[in-house]
Ligand binder design. Structure first.
Ligand SMILES: [Zn+2]
Length: 78
């Protein structure tokens, strides 16, 4: 059985091993042990987001996914 393609390979979560800074708002800090969202923008380019921004980014992604699914009449379509 062919596996279903994962199109979200460039997005992952990571537990910060050290203090990091949120890429979206520099004042947001990510402390060691926090779960953060890491987005790979290119081969050498990764951006990290704090939990607050991650929630907003994922909410936006969920909307985009719902729109796409709606086009194909999948579950969750409006
Ligand atoms: Zn943030």
């Amino acid at each position: 059985m062919a596996a279903v393609k994962n199109v979200l390979k460039h997005v992952r979560t990571e537990v910060a091993g050290r203090k990091r800074r949120c890429y979206r708002k520099q004042v947001h800090s990510i402390v060691k042990g926090d779960t953060c969202l890491v987005v790979r923008d290119g081969p050498q380019q990764e951006t990290t987001y704090c939990a607050v921004c991650a929630a907003e980014i994922l909410a936006k992604a969920a909307e985009a996914l719902a729109d796409l699914r709606g086009v194909f009449g999948g579950e969750g379509s409006a």
